[in-house]
Design a protein around this ligand. Sequence first.
Ligand SMILES: Nc1ncnc2c1ncn2[C@@H]1O[C@H](COP(=O)(O)OP(=O)(O)OP(=O)(O)O)[C@@H](O)[C@H]1O
Ligand SMILES: [Mg+2]
Length: 356
Amino acid sequence: MTLLKLDVFAVRNICSATLLPSPKMNVITGANGSGKSTLLEAIFILGRARSFRTHHIKQAIAFDQPELIVSAQNLSLSSTTTLGIRLDGKHFDIRIDQENRQKADLAYAFPVQLIHPKSYRLLDAGPQYRREFIDWGSFNDDRNFLPQWRLFSKALQQRNALLKTRQAHQLDVWDAELAHYGAQIDQLRKTYFAALQPLYEALADHFLGESSVALRFDSGWHRDLSLEQSLKNDRDRDLRYGFTHSGPHRADFQVYHQNRLAKDYLSRGQQKLLMLALMLAQVVLIDGNSQRDCCILIDDLASELDAVNSAKLLKYLTHLKSQVFMTGTDSMAFGVLDDLTDYKLFHVEQGRIQIP
Ligand SMILES: Nc1ncnc2c1ncn2[C@@H]1O[C@H](COP(=O)(O)OP(=O)(O)OP(=O)(O)O)[C@@H](O)[C@H]1O
Ligand SMILES: [Mg+2]
């Protein structure tokens, strides 16, 4: 979905703002603390029903306000599509075309990808970031992913509860459930990875030059065994520790560059470029595989890249179907904007958004 009208109420220091963005590129400038990241946060909340800056969504609600609201319209289609989210820190109220809907419907209707100064931790932080990355992609790739994931999580919870209370006699039933749904999740992730890989390689090439890169996926259990067999082998250890050691909840992937682990050998800037290649590969896959267009948010572009790579990125973005919102303290941060044909410039000052 392309946002052609965006309304933001009571998100941090933005009390109330209405924007008519470009369907292509939107450049947002403003001094430190003016509200640039807040604007991206509002758009992110509209797609993911959570903030990228805090686990406590209440912190994103403007001081002294009971709730925040973000809504958007896409008037370019024959029928108007409207999206809206209202949240008071505890409850969500999500509407798509005036109907009450769930978080997953919102996420599917408005896929939004965020690149910000901490995104490079995708490569070198804990596996949960990479699982989130795979799962967001798999969710967008195949609508079976979420229901399968919910069934798997339920089986995992049940098995862990039995392990904690040492009820070994009931484990067989849950091992079978877990192995069944776990194998489905694994297959969906592998299919997704296979589709992502060539796009990622082409993008890594674009940003890093003749680079031989590879992604290696780890299912979360011994590669030569079925999940069922792994669960059997692990049983004593699982009972001792009170949790399930093997399964898709332990999956991970590693990024290699010339057969070496990228996180151990590449410079921080190069790692950022590989992260960018991964994130954009996800976007290209969504844009290519469905009627849906992904929205790209890039916070603080200059802190991510040098001038040459910023220019490469801008050039690449102009060829994508996606709508882009990117921030920087001044327009110099974006390099030469003259090369862009269709873009809008916004300036933020103390939470107010103006067209300069
Ligand atoms: N819940 C809140 N209510 C009101 N204001 C808030 C709230 N949370 C944070 N702020 C303020 O909102 C302002 C905007 O912050 P934001 O991070 O969007 O700025 P920014 O333009 O991205 O700055 P920078 O260039 O430093 O990244 C800050 O001054 C911050 O103190
Ligand atoms: Mg910021």
